[in-house]
Design a protein around this ligand. Structure first.
Ligand SMILES: [Zn+2]
Length: 156
């Protein structure tokens, strides 16, 4: 017999387009990890696209460090994913839509900008670049001024 929720998870797995949050990791011109947000289907609060892509890339390479790699994300990474990028030793983080381009519900802190985590990291070999396909990526998300109920907001 299936575990509770298995049917629901299988259903959601069949619709990868249901999540706009996606990340890929590229090393030497080859994609070594590509995932989307899977928090609801697993369920796992840490299963953000960036976290999942890092896990896949580490599995693919057999290494816990991804030196020289670039992590691409449709949205500016949250604090957790930004820290994971730092710990995974990726060389670059490139994202599309930024914090100011989407609704605040996609972020965990009111005032802390995760870009500061990169600036303040014990590393001088990591950079973060935003605005790649900014408009196309922003269109995937609720806009900053969207009138969303509390039930609709992921971070409350
Ligand atoms: Zn995240």
């Amino acid at each position: 017999m299936d575990a509770p929720g298995a049917r629901n998870r299988a259903h959601q797995r069949s619709e990868p387009s249901s999540s706009p949050l996606g990340s890929v990791i590229v090393l030497d011109g080859k994609m070594i990890g590509g995932e989307r947000n899977q928090t609801q289907e697993l369920p796992d609060a840490t299963a953000h696209a960036g976290m999942m892509a890092i896990r896949r890339a580490c599995e693919e390479t057999g290494e816990m460090e991804l030196r020289g790699a670039t992590l691409y994300s449709t949205l500016q990474p949250c604090g957790m994913c930004t820290m994971a990028a730092i710990w995974s030793k990726v060389r670059r983080v490139v994202y599309g839509a930024g914090r100011q381009d989407v609704h605040a519900m996609y972020f965990e802190a009111k005032h802390i900008d995760t870009l500061d985590f990169i600036t303040d990291a014990y590393r001088d070999d990591i950079e973060i670049v935003g605005g790649c396909l900014r408009n196309e990526c922003a269109a995937l998300y609720s806009p900053p001024d969207a009138d969303l109920s509390e039930e609709q907001q992921a971070n409350l």
